[in-house]
Design a protein around this ligand. Structure first.
Ligand code: NAD
Ligand code: TYD
Length: 333
């Protein structure tokens, strides 16, 4: 078995590559990644290098994709622009990678006659006040990010319908864990708490997210890749739903920060109030989430505390300017 993993140098992609190679001792992986601000070659440290090939390149580049896919038995696509706030400031890159890039990968996988598993998000369903989204819920994306992901998903379904291609989709709720870029709520809060920086909470902090430990999502992807039916969608939700303010307070307790550092800031434009996802279809394939939020957040805080070598280059690089421009204040040195 040889997989092409697009976006395999990002947060979830690298977690997937490492764990996939661990549980499949005979498998090989080719990672295709453009190494944007969010992707790093060192995210793959610890993966078995003898069975890993790394191609630096863009999923929109037909020739690069054709070269990388050669000899592969399936593609798993994590490659995306993934941050809602950046999509609000600059939607174009999201449409280019998340829609057009998905199309290029799909065509290559179709021509190679192999399975394409698209990694997507619950955000394509929009916000839900009560209950949980299922795979048959209508798509109603709110942000340029989620609209672009929905566009990619619709192409995956259309390629199945039109060409009979072996394509399918997994949609996950909010992931967290080691190696997530600190533009996202959980690692941002952990690093700010470790440095005594203020913690920016959007609006009233009562927006609810359904938190999923990235290793649990990766075990679901392995199950769906092996057992999922072509043309189907599989939702993968986390075991716990929490308002953002409770997430922030839990991190402050674990990282030894003070609640006085919480700072309510201007709300995100078009902010989705609540996400909630039913995983019963994926559970029907035998998958279960194993890491409750309480355990996962403790492991995540500990990982960031123990790995300054991972985040120091980020905090001293482009992220400084991003943070200053977005939050109107500098992060601590
Ligand atoms: P990430 O931003 O950490 O990683 C994205 C990776 O894609 C990076 O390595 C980046 O270099 C690469 N990439 C971006 N544009 C590319 C291009 N044009 N060509 C090749 N590579 C490119 O994102 P993540 O959080 O690991 O998310 C991975 C996937 O999972 C995304 O598709 C995202 O939509 C989806 N997802 C994420 C979450 C979450 O909570 N993080 C939840 C559900 C679904
Ligand atoms: P985020 O991690 O960006 O993920 P998503 O937008 O995909 O859910 O944000 C998670 C929640 O945290 C979301 O409701 C927005 C909120 N948030 C803050 O309150 N402050 C912040 O600085 C950030 C980045 C997010």
């Amino acid at each position: 078995m040889k997989l092409l993993v697009a976006g395999g140098a990002g947060f979830i992609g690298s977690t997937f590559v490492r764990t996939f190679l661990e549980v499949n001792p005979d498998a090989r992986v080719t990672v295709l990644d453009k190494l944007t601000y969010a992707g790093r070659r060192e995210n793959l440290e610890g993966a078995d290098e003898a069975r890993l090939e790394f191609v630096e390149g863009d999923i929109r580049d037909v020739e690069v994709v054709a070269g990388a896919i050669e000899g592969c038995d399936a593609t798993v696509n994590f490659a995306a622009e993934s941050h809602v706030d950046r999509s609000i400031d600059s939607p174009g890159e999201f449409i280019e990678t998340d829609v057009f890039g998905t199309y290029v990968l799909l065509e290559a996988a179709r021509d190679a006659g192999i399975r394409h598993l698209q990694v997507s998000t619950d955000e394509v369903y929009g916000s839900i006040e009560e209950g949980s989204f299922t795979e048959t819920s209508p798509l109603d994306p709110s942000s340029p990010y989620s609209a672009s992901k929905a566009g990619g998903d619709l192409l995956v379904s259309a390629f199945r319908h039109t060409y009979g291609m072996d394509s399918l989709i997994v949609r996950a709720s909010n992931n967290y864990g080691p190696r997530q870029h600190p533009e996202k709520l959980i690692p941002l809060t952990i690093l700010n708490a470790l440095h005594g920086d203020p913690i920016p909470v959007y609006g009233d902090g009562m927006q609810v997210r359904n938190w999923l430990f990235a290793e649990d999502f990766c075990s679901a992807i392995r199950v769906v890749l092996a057992e999922g039916e072509a043309g189907e969608v599989y939702n993968v939700g986390g075991p716990d739903e929490l308002p953002n303010i409770d997430v922030v307070k839990a991190i402050l307790r674990l990282a030894g920060g003070s609640e006085d550092t919480i700072e309510y800031v201007e709300d995100r434009l078009g902010h989705d109030r609540r996400y909630s996802l039913s995983s019963s279809k994926t559970e029907g394939l035998g998958w279960r989430a194993e890491v409750p939020f309480e355990e996962g957040i403790a492991r995540t805080v500990e990982w960031y505390r123990d790995n300054p070598g991972w985040w120091e280059p980020i905090r001293s690089g482009e992220y400084r300017e991003y943070y200053l421009a977005k939050y109107g204040r500098a992060i601590a040195d």
